[in-house]
Design a protein around this ligand. Structure first.
Ligand code: F6P
Length: 367
């Protein structure tokens, strides 16, 4: 965009897996954009819509009443990476680069900036597009909370709320039937959802991707509780957790995605091994996409609204190539390239981990 030219028209898209709070960000961007005389193009289905030129004008009436709505009014996709585009060639999927097409559509729409709301994958794409000359501003979303550059991503709190409620419910049935209950959470390669949900729900064992666990330690903890007369146990396991020297449990692979691996199934394995090795009756629950659906918590509504309004502020100031971020209690911004440099993972010295240990929760491993 020419020097001195004002930002007059922005595009907005939601990329990757959805989560509660996306609509609150869209509202937080669109309302102040119109107040500042900008027009807003909603790009449909994430980067897919950018490559295929699918979008619709967003007016205030479109974002009115969506603050508390889960999902995204724009649609999303984790298969539309312009740099890793799955083309169907005679019934076979061929991966091609369609980033030039994405740039051409951006220009044809007359966009001065693009607001990309998404997680790690979306920010990688946003960074590459900004290197091609697109003016991009990022907003960090993901229930996984695994972006280093922001203290919290929106969507995480809502997912933790779901896990907590589920564990509360499992507690009552576990104690009635004197069973071990295993609950599997999402989170990909990061254990934040399991750690925070497990802490809030009062799980007895937490198995996280960051700390490969020992089977014996898991059985030991369950048996210890049993011996003490506590006739049930709750095990909260993240989908990316794996035993020491073992492999991730992969449900499926889909090469249309930038990361083809679909995790899932470790909860079932943990339940089976506990029954086999302790003789205790065990059941498992996979929470799956319940963690991504539904209305955002008040915390996420507030964070999303702050992120959205901050993103439009960044665009108006032409601070492109930056992502809104929460640092302490302040919203600020970081370079997108710094945001994607490091994944945020749970470490042993994390206060949540230390608090869990202090109240007797086992991680299935000696620290
Ligand atoms: O990144 C968010 C997330 O929900 C992960 O926790 C999970 O592994 C993944 O997305 C599931 O993706 P999908 O909805 O494509 O199966």
């Amino acid at each position: 965009m020419a020097k001195g030219k004002r930002v007059k028209r922005i595009g907005i898209l939601t990329g990757g897996g959805d989560c509660p709070g996306l609509n609150a960000v869209i509202r937080g961007v669109t309302k102040p954009a119109h107040d500042n005389g900008l027009s807003v193009l909603g790009i449909l289905d994430g980067f897919e819509g950018l490559v295929e030129a699918r979008g619709k004008e967003l007016y205030n009436k479109d974002v009115s009443g969506i603050l508390a709505q889960g999902g995204t009014i724009l649609g999303s996709s984790n298969k539309g990476d312009p740099f890793h585009w799955p083309e169907n060639v005679e019934g076979k999927i061929k991966i091609v680069d369609r980033s030039e097409q994405a740039l051409r559509n951006y220009e044809a729409w007359g966009l001065d900036a693009l607001i990309a709301i998404g997680g790690d994958g979306t920010m990688h794409i946003a960074h590459k597009l900004s290197q091609m000359g697109m003016n991009v501003v990022g907003v960090p979303k993901t229930i996984d909370n695994d972006l280093q550059a922001t203290d919290v991503t929106f969507g995480h709190d809502s997912a933790v709320f779901v896990v907590t409620e589920a564990i509360d419910r499992l507690h009552t049935t576990a104690s009635s039937h004197h069973r071990v209950m295993v609950i599997e959470t999402m989170g990909r390669y990061a254990g934040w959802i399991a750690l925070h949900g497990g802490l809030a729900g009062g799980a007895d064992i937490l198995l996280l991707p960051e700390f490969p666990f020992e089977w014996d330690k898991v059985y030991e903890k369950v048996m210890q509780r049993h011996m003490m007369g506590k006739r049930f146990s709750i095990v909260c396991v993240a989908e990316g957790a794996k035993p020491k020297g073992g492999d991730l449990v992969v449900r499926a692979k889909d090469k249309k995605r930038t990361d083809p691996i679909q995790l899932g199934g470790i909860g079932e394995l943990v339940a089976k091994k506990i029954t086999e090795n302790t003789g205790l009756e065990t059941r498992y629950t996979i929470l799956g996409h319940l963690q991504r659906g539904g209305s955002p918590t008040p915390y996420d509504r507030i964070l999303s609204t702050k992120f959205g309004t901050y993103a439009i502020h960044l665009a108006l100031k032409k601070r492109f190539g930056r992502m809104a971020a929460l640092k302490g209690s302040e919203i600020t911004s970081v370079k997108i390239e710094d945001a994607i440099a490091k994944q945020k993972l749970v470490t042993a010295d994390n206060q949540g981990v230390q608090a869990a240990l202090a109240v007797g929760i086992s991680f299935g491993v000696e620290f």
